[in-house]
Design a binder for this molecule. Structure first.
Ligand code: UDP
Length: 248
């Protein structure tokens, strides 16, 4: 991959044409511990715009864990599928917040839902979504896969496969995949590269097992990087910065 600097005001070269950015709902809550923190949403929107400015076609999936998670609902006695549908609806709220922040920056954005809610956003129609991407609109895929018992990591992998993205960029709080939790262990070691099978066998906690298996079966690399690093997403697209690449 081409690597260049931005010192001479030239945008960095990137070989990526179409990518999926997956972020958890918690990435949008700032330090609040719950819900949406608009300045944080705006900060992430600026990161997305900086990559969009390079001409890269961007798909996004945003989780819903900052608002509601099906598993925790069912642990407290709710019927699981109902709780999961509530989780999926939470992802729609996050997607709308991100759409609003991106459009404030002049980036045309479509929210595309796996569950029909025509007054709010578009239904998922694959060819239509591809057309949006070709027209350089950011596509935010909401409501997960539309099915209970899945996660938005699986939704990101599924949509990335359908949209023929070259990679999934998983923005997290840490700059890659570690052998143990770097927040709790000072000697935790970051991997530059791991295989899908390593992630599954060693339960490395990149994404849930269904998402990893789907990415493996579709040869879709996952790049884990820190979303807290300003300019991090754009840098990683140009091959700079620290990250872990998960692939075959
Ligand atoms: N969910 C679901 N099917 C999907 C995607 C999500 O049922 O295809 C529900 C599930 O209850 C999940 C919640 O939506 O807990 C929020 O998604 P997720 O936990 O993946 O969000 P994140 O952890 O990324 O914020």
């Amino acid at each position: 991959m081409d690597v260049s600097t931005e010192t001479d005001n030239q945008p960095p070269a990137t070989t990526y044409k179409r990518v999926m950015l997956k972020i958890s709902g918690e990435a949008l809550m700032g330090d609040q511990g719950f819900g949406l923190h608009p300045p944080t949403v705006q900060r992430i929107a600026r990161e997305v715009k900086s990559v969009h400015d390079l001409g890269v076609e961007i798909c996004m999936v945003i989780g819903g864990g900052n608002i509601f998670r099906g598993l925790s609902g069912s642990a407290q006695g709710m019927e699981r599928t109902t709780a999961d549908y509530m989780g999926m609806l939470a992802t729609v709220m996050n997607a709308l917040a991100m759409q609003s922040a991106l459009e404030d920056l002049g980036v045309f954005t479509r929210v595309i839902s796996a569950i029909r809610m025509d007054e709010v956003c578009e239904p998922y129609i694959r060819r239509r979504a591809v057309r949006h991407l070709e027209k350089k609109r950011v596509c935010i895929f909401a409501a997960g896969t539309g099915n209970p018992y899945f996660t938005t990591d699986t939704a990101a992998t599924l949509r990335a496969s359908e949209m023929k993205c070259e990679a999934i960029f998983k923005g997290t709080k840490v700059d890659g995949v570690y052998d143990k939790d770097p927040a709790r262990h000072a000697d935790a070691k970051r991997y530059d590269h791991v295989t899908f099978d390593d992630v599954l066998a060693r339960r490395l906690g990149v994404m849930d097992a269904s998402a990893i298996a789907l990415a493996r079966d579709n040869n879709l690399p996952i790049i884990v990087f820190s979303l807290d690093e300003p300019g991090g997403f754009r840098g990683i697209l140009a091959g700079r910065g620290t990250y872990t690449k998960v692939e075959g």
